[in-house]
Design a protein around this ligand. Structure first.
Ligand code: MF3
Ligand code: CO
Length: 279
């Protein structure tokens, strides 16, 4: 694994502006969260594997396969390309990918006993380590004939991510992004999970800041060029409440057992706006 160097001071181009924001009482990222051009090259290379995995699923996922098969594909393709699946053994997670079907909000564990069926929606959440650099993104897949009600949930959740992305620009606040996501979900009759959010990513799997998708506009950390974070709202068709499976310690399900959807992208704040690193 390569040794990473974390920034110890702000780059000259942003320093004055960051320190001004801080003096005004706003939450700002420490220098260590800002990525250098060298970091970003490595993160982009990691992200290329992550995107390749999700593209592979686009073409191969179908009714009749097990989520265990998805896990094997992820492990095989990632390692063939020189990477390591980040979920594997992460805080005891037993598999290489999260597979979350219907009322599973996130962190579903692949299993040979779980066979994809017509009409299901599934989130496949991939995360890759390449040369010590992390990427993280997920997509929804509709299996066979899916009801209009569930397809709408999947579509609106994707729209939430796109609307949130449009808010990413230097000196905006994380809450500006969260507020448009939450508003779009609510307008459509859905709710956004509150206690599970996104995160900084790149030099580690889960870095600061923790990212809410229900926070009010004008709150939260200032977006500074060089920050990388995920936009990954979990949108529930019914109520926002959930339960974590007490036997496996991972699988998160909606409390009302209605479906939940999630798309995840990984975004860099640039001098002019954003760059999507993984989608
Ligand atoms: N990929 C998830 C995320 O978006 C994290 C999964 S942790 C795991 O943050 F251990 F379940 F893989
Ligand atoms: Co993530």
């Amino acid at each position: 694994m390569s040794s990473k160097t974390y920034l110890k001071d702000y780059p000259a181009a942003v320093k004055d502006h960051v320190l001004f924001c801080k003096s005004q009482g706003m939450q700002v990222p420490p220098p260590s969260l800002l990525k250098t051009p060298e970091h970003l090259e490595k993160i982009r290379a990691s992200a290329r594997i992550n995107v390749a995995l999700l593209d592979y699923m686009d073409h191969n996922i179908k009714a009749g396969i097990s989520t265990e098969q998805i896990d094997r594909w992820v492990y095989q393709i990632t390692t063939d390309l020189g990477g390591i699946p980040a979920p594997l053994n992460y805080e005891g997670f037993p598999k290489s990918v999260c597979t979350s079907i219907d009322d599973v909000v996130c962190h579903g564990i692949p299993s040979s006993r779980e066979i994809l069926k017509d009409g299901q929606i599934i989130n496949i959440d991939c995360s890759t380590i390449l040369d010590g650099y992390f990427s993280d993104s997920s997509r929804m897949y509709c299996i066979g004939e899916v009801s209009e009600e569930k397809r709408r949930l999947v579509r609106v959740t994707k729209e939430c991510v796109e609307l949130g992305l449009a808010e990413v620009k230097p000196w905006a606040r994380l809450g500006d992004m969260a507020a448009v996501i939450n508003a779009h979900a609510r307008k459509n009759g859905y709710s956004v999970v509150r206690e599970i959010g996104g995160h900084g990513v790149g030099l580690e799997f889960h870095e600061d800041p923790w990212v809410s998708y229900v926070a009010p506009a004008g709150t939260g950390m200032v977006m500074v060029p060089g920050m990388v974070f995920t936009i990954e709202p979990m949108v529930n068709m019914g109520r926002a409440g959930f339960r974590i499976n007490r036997f496996d310690g991972w699988t998160v399900r909606t409390a009302d057992h209605k479906p939940s959807a999630q798309w995840e992208i990984m975004v860099l704040v640039t001098e002019t706006g954003y760059e999507v690193l993984a989608w």
